[in-house]
Design a protein around this ligand. Structure first.
Ligand code: ADP
Ligand code: ZN
Length: 625
């Protein structure tokens, strides 16, 4: 097979202008990746970088960022250097590129010195198209010398938000990236991220000295993901029910806050017939790597993880992302949920959330290191997250708004759109609750947590109430019109709205300035009605075999045969099934039933290398051998 560089060299050698670059880029896209056309801004980005320009690319997960630097790296002379924090995934990325016939290598701390030397020699000899590099390697003078000995086509800075201290993934090594521009001013740089509020992207520009770079901002909408947030009562049971009814047999990620709940939840799912593995920083490296590899390679495995898992996981067929605990920020939430449905097929972002989440997060902020300004920042992140949870309007509108995309219409594919939330006038209950907090403070000099306050409102003569003589308070038993669970909902929503505050290890409730408006100035409080059993959204997507939603039933056996062939092939080669062919590609093959290599080669996702490698075998499966 012709190495990709050989056929593009002709175009770049004669003319490095954008027009020729464009033709060459199109050619690479078709021959190497097997795609007919660029998506969205890809063409413009690629042409801009091929012509030597700097770029900042903000595109949601699954938007197609990789091609934005991979294609220019193949078109421009030299090696594309990709800075990426995803050390554990570099081997996977290199495997996936190799399957396309692209010459790729990586340099990071997991390698033996002789492996590293081999890759370095390949780089210097120009025998690579792409080199993945861990950011900490930039601190080494030997890395700079290496760049000087070879030819760098471009620098791609992946996960560029890691340079931002405002963001949630800060990596100190990323600060060193500004030196790329200083030392190699002529090499174009392209910084890419899926996480960027205006604030984060400004910080990226400033820290990476990308002031004159062209900004490409794609829509952050992920229309194939259905967003749902439900009240938490028995999270494990709720999760199991969700998986059983909507995502049986699907690959998914479940996020929990603590290592302990990760372990417990994984065990619970396994006991109940869902194959699941844990992933968190407390596991030894080998187990972690093994569980990650299983997730990538097997079909239908669930990973239960802390946020230590997932960045850069480019498995295209993750059908759901579930949160059993409240994420710390909307940025984190969107990044995590974005790992669902990269292939564009229907997927679900599902979360349960309750009063304890608010109390716990608040506690973490109170006890966090750093100064008051830092804690205020954490609180702002949390407030935005709470506002998303409590909104009675479209979740997607709120999310996109957060990322600076205003004037959106309700989406029709989130829980509040599908089963509109009812609101009710909670002013009187709010006043009852706030005045209980106030009386305890004024009359007794005491502060208590939500559970005790609710017990007083409900008139419960339990030991703690009796011990403190709280049954003698005037407010004792004034709240019997609501049930315990409803009161907890009131507390949660008052906290989320800043009408009440929670502090310290015991989660004691205190009043805020806004509480006084409710108590004394007649401020109205609208609350979201708690649904005990959330009705399942009308259009909830039947997943299970979501990979083939519109396939004619007569074609299913053929699809299954192709999947079996793919499973055997990927196993033999030790790569994930999607590295052989994506589901979308198999589906197109089934729909078109090509009878020749030429026809097969025109299917999206079948590039030259894969055609040469697998073409005959696929035609045999199609012929029914
Ligand atoms: P990101 O890095 O932005 O999350 P990827 O680069 O992994 O996204 O791309 C997401 C998916 O879309 C991948 O499966 C990729 O192969 C596919 N893809 C990207 N660009 C195109 C295109 N122009 N045509 C067809 N498929 C594409
Ligand atoms: Zn909506």
């Amino acid at each position: 097979m012709t190495p990709p560089d050989a056929f593009v060299a002709a175009a770049t050698d004669t003319d490095s202008g954008a027009a020729a670059g464009s033709g060459a880029a199109q050619e690479v896209l078709r021959r190497v990746f097997g795609y007919d056309s660029f998506r969205g801004d890809q063409r413009e980005i690629v042409e801009h970088v091929v012509a030597g320009g700097d770029a900042l690319v903000l595109m949601p997960t699954g938007g197609g960022k990789s091609l934005c630097y991979q294609v220019p790296a193949l078109v421009r002379p030299g090696v594309g250097v990709v800075i990426s924090p995803l050390i554990a995934l570099m081997q996977n990325q290199v495997d996936a590129l190799s399957a396309l016939g692209v010459r790729a290598g990586f340099l990071n701390s997991t390698q033996f010195p002789d492996e590293r030397r081999t890759v370095e020699a390949q780089f210097v000899a120009g025998e690579l198209d792409l080199l993945y590099l861990a950011p900490e390697r930039l601190r080494l003078e030997s890395t700079a010398q290496l760049f000087d000995r070879g030819k760098v086509a471009l620098f791609a800075i992946d996960e560029a938000h890691c340079v931002s201290q405002w963001g949630h993934d800060f990596r100190p090594d990323y600060l060193g990236l500004s030196m790329l521009h200083e030392r190699w001013p002529d090499v174009p740089r392209i910084a890419l991220t899926a996480t960027a509020t205006a604030k984060t992207s400004d910080e990226i520009v400033q820290r990476l000295d990308l002031g004159s770079a062209r900004r490409f901002v794609a829509s952050f909408d992920r229309p194939n993901i259905q967003y749902r947030i439900e009240p938490k009562n028995k999270p494990d049971r709720q999760l199991l029910e969700f998986i059983r009814t909507e995502h049986a047999g699907d690959a998914g990620i479940v996020y929990c806050l603590s290592r302990n709940s990760v372990e417990k939840t994984a065990a619970f799912l396994t006991e109940n017939g869902v194959s699941a593995v844990p992933y968190h920083a407390g596991l030894d490296n080998r187990t972690r790597a093994e569980n990650q590899t299983r997730f990538l390679r097997e079909e239908g495995l669930v990973v239960v993880a802390t946020i230590a898992f997932g960045m850069g996981i480019d498995k295209p067929d993750v059908r759901f992302v579930a949160h059993l605990d409240l994420p710390k920020s909307v940025e984190g939430y969107y990044q995590e949920t974005g790992r669902a449905g990269r292939d564009g097929l229907p997927s679900t972002a599902w979360m349960v959330y309750g009063l304890n989440d608010v109390v716990q997060q608040r506690k973490m902020i109170d006890s966090s290191e750093g100064d008051a300004a830092h804690r205020r920042q954490l609180q702002l992140h949390l407030d935005a997250m709470l506002a998303l949870c409590e909104t009675v309007s479209c979740r997607r509108v709120q999310l996109l708004n957060y990322f600076g995309q205003h004037d959106q219409q309700p989406c029709g594919n989130c829980d509040t759109c599908l089963t509109p939330a009812e609101s009710w006038d909670g002013t009187v209950p709010a006043q009852k609750l706030l005045s209980t907090v106030l009386r305890l403070k004024r009359e007794r000099g005491q502060s208590f947590g939500a559970g005790h306050i609710v017990d007083i409102l409900l008139g419960k003569k339990n030991p703690k109430v009796l011990q403190h003589d709280h049954h003698e308070l005037k407010v004792f038993g004034i709240g019997t019109d609501l049930r315990d669970i409803e009161w907890r909902g009131v507390v949660r929503q008052l906290l989320a709205g800043g009408l009440l505050a929670v502090h310290g290890d015991y989660g004691v409730l205190t009043l805020t300035e806004a509480s006084n408006e409710v108590l004394f100035d007649g401020r109205q409080v609208l609350l979201r009605r708690e649904r005990e059993r959330p009705t399942k959204p009308a259009r909830a997507v039947k997943a299970g075999k979501a990979a083939a939603p519109e396939m004619a039933s007569a074609d299913l056996p053929l699809f299954e045969r192709l999947r079996e062939w793919r499973a055997a092939t990927s196993k033999e080669q030790g790569v994930p099934a999607y590295v052989v062919f994506h589901d979308a590609t198999l589906r197109e093959i089934v729909a078109r039933k090509p009878t020749s290599l030429a026809e097969l080669g025109s299917v999206s996702g079948v590039g030259e290398n894969k055609l040469a490698k697998y073409g005959e075998q696929v035609l045999e499966v199609l012929a029914g051998e």
